[in-house]
Each structure stands twice: as C-alpha cells, then as structure tokens.
Write a protein that binds this ligand. Sequence first.
Ligand code: ADP
Length: 478
Amino acid sequence: MIEAKDFSGAYVGGRWVDAKTTFDVTNPATGAVIAKVADLDAGGITAAIDAAVAAMPAWAAKTAHERAAVLHKWAGLLMQHQEDLAQLMTAEQGKPLTESRGEVAYGASFITWFAEEAKRAYGEVIPTMVAGKRYLTLRQPSGVAAAITPWNFPIAMLARKVGPALAVGCAMVAKPAEETPLCALAMARLADEAGVPAGVFNVVTTMDAAGAGRVLCEHPKVRVLSFTGSTEVGKILYRQSAGTMKKLALELGGNAPVLVFDDADLDRAVAASVASKFRNAGQTCVCANRLYVQAGIYDAFLERFTAAARALKVGPGAEAGVEIGPLINADAMAKVVRLVGDATAKGAKIELGGHADARGGQFYAPTVLSAVTAEMQVSREEIFGPVAPVVRFETEEEGIALANAASVGLAAYVFTRDLSRTIRVSEALEVGIVAVNDGVPAVAAAPFGGVKESGIGREGGRQGLDEYMDTKYVCIGL
Ligand code: ADP
C-alpha cells in the first residue's frame, strides 16, 4: 500500500529527512489536510545537491544496460502500484481517477523509453580531414541535474526528466510543486525499492520555491536544470542560471490554438477538442485555449461542442464517472472567474456555464464562450480552467494569423481532411507540437516542447536524452 500518511520527510541521499517545520498538503476537492511534509531550507537543498554529487560517479560508471535494468524495475513497480499512486494523485491533485491511472502509466512509459534509448546514445567516428589523425565523439552525462516540476502532472512531468537523466548516468535533485509533493515522494520510495543507489535520485520538498530555485540555479555543481511551469518563473530561472552557465530545458506556458476548418470531420473535431480542452479540468500546458472555427462549420461545431461540454460530469476526482475535478487552489479559481468576468464585460456570450459549479469549493462549471475577441484576456492568457472561448474565422490565412498571434508556441490542434492544408498549416504554425485530427499528442516516443516563450529543449523522443548529455570531441594523432 502507498498512502498519503506514509510521507513526511524529504528524500535525500537515500534517507528520509525531516526539517524544522512542515507544510500542509491538501485535497483540492475537500480542503482536507492529507499530509504534512518537510519544509526544507536552503541548507537542505544544498545537502541534496551534495548527495547527488557524491553519488553520480559510481552511477555514471555503470553501463547503460545496468542502469536500464534498474529503471525497468522502477517502471514495473510504478505499474504494480498504479492504483495506489492514482489514488494518491487524485487526493493531492484533484484529477479524475481515470486520468490519474493513465498518468501513472504515461509516467512509467518515459522511464521505460529512456532506459532503452540510453542504450543507443551513440557517439561517432568522423572521417578525417588530415592524414594521421582520427576524430571521435563521445556522449557523456552532463553532470548533476535539477528538476523543478509543476502540480498538474505530478508523476509524468517528473518521470520525463528523471527517466533520461538517470538513464544516461546523471544524478538528480527534484523539487516537486508544493501542492503535490506526495507523488514525487512515492516515486522516490519505489526508486529505492528498485535499486536506484542512494543519492542518485533526491526529492526535496519546500514551501520556499523561490529560495530552492536560487540554490539550484546558482550551485556550480548542478549542470542541468529542467523546469516545467509558468513562463514567468521560467524567465526567472533562465536569468538565475546565467552565472553558472547551466544547460536549461524549459517547458513553459502554452495558450494552444485549435483550428477547425470547414472540411473537418465534425464528430472527430468535437470529441478531440473536448478531450484537449477539459482534460485535467483544463489545467494542462497543451490544453486547447482558443478555439478558432471556420465560418462554414462554426454554428454546427459550437452547438455540438457545447452539448458535449454540458454532458461532462463535475465532482471529486475519486467519485466514479467524474470527468472534471476541482481546480488546484483558490488562486486558480480566482483567475478563471477574472477571465470569464473580463470576457463577458467586453461582450462575450456565455453558451454554457460561466460560473462556479453548484457544489462550491474549487469546482468551476464547464464553460463555453462565443463572440470572443482578441482584446479579451481569455484570448491572451493561458486559462488553466474548464473554459472554452470559441471564435469564428473566414480564411486559412486568417486562422493561421490568429493562431500565431501569441508570444508563446507550444501545441496547436488542426482539424481538416485536406492533405495539402494539413502540410501548409503544420508548417506555418509557430509551435513545437502540431496535432492534426487528434486531441492528445503527447507520448514518450515523440519530442515535446515549445518555441517562442514556451521554452527551450525537448522532452521525450530520442531528443529527450540530449538535455542530459554533452558531446565530447576526441582528436587522436596517430
Ligand atoms: P503554476 O503557476 O502552474 O503553479 P509555477 O511556474 O508557479 O506554475 O510552478 C511550477 C513549479 O515552479 C513549482 O514546482 C513551483 O514550486 C516552482 N516555482 C514557483 N516559483 C518559483 C521560483 N521563483 N523559483 C523556482 N521555482 C519556482
């Protein structure tokens, strides 16, 4: 069994360590405190970095095959405890249990993927340019890596950082979001059980995210920092890391556009848009944020999309059949209320919802807005809630321009049955991920990441290893 009450200490150097103070972890569906965990100070974070520095050489000296055997065992344990982990995730994060179960499997798939991928982290033998010399490249682990992860996918966002880091021989210090530290601590417990050596994977818990971030950014022995979270915090970390010239992987905000063209398969466009928009109550960085629908299909799409959103069941994630859980905290609720208020004040029409759910707390009703304009905050900010603005457009050029009118560019969704349009639009969109006739593109085997202010680097795919490896050139005179 894995339960919230099992966890209180941070996991540093293979031991569970307490701090002078603790902070509360609450269930967003009920407000109940489900655990109190160690609130580490800067000294605690530094101790974890020291533990990683000490543990890394022996781990890096193992073969990729030896490390893979441990990682496979870890992924296996995650799946063996899938149900307990899903319950834990729903308790601290709020998402429906079916989504939590899916996330455990999704998280485990990154560890499996990278365990295998690291076996193929090939160097090169380069044809010589000068007689009597030979050129080689080696690919080596970059050094101790730090991970700062968000609350929306407490296992998957950590798995896709720790998977590649450990697979190539790095040691890691991970700081989970203060809202959801329990899943990370549970991962640490299972890593220990799987045989990950002490100090190779450390989980530091703290309420002082800014303080921990500074220590991780400024420590010269931390060579890689991988962060998933807001663009605002990503920029702080980017600046703070300049002094030690870290390698950075930044997965930041999205504001994903959806383009539904007249020639789209309407059933598919509606189903995939609903899946993309309302998954995790709208709290994912690739959630559909702005739905642009071409004039010829607009009325039919709006009607069908609204009907599908109306049918979604709101409630505590642990309750059977629930599709939309609570928002993560009071701030998230206040943001959604502000965005919808601003939109309606500027002339948006409420097709559905537009208010908190009747059950109160942090539950917000699925909401569909029409007559939305570019001036409204809802068009410019990442909503992170179950609110769908639907906007009419006329031509392909206009649709692309609307989609690209954002400072960020993570994912975009396109619905069309026209092959030429698929290619034209995919090439024109300023994003890192294009999903065509699909609502859920992220998988361990494919590179995930953004352009513009959505960040730097890619996670998943063969590219995901690169964040944790350096290429060394060796020139040999014969
Ligand atoms: P969100 O708005 O989704 O909570 P954040 O970017 O604030 O996104 O949080 C993502 C992660 O970044 C969390 O682990 C959080 O604790 C951490 N964090 C927040 N502020 C800072 C900061 N100033 N420095 C380092 N990490 C931070």
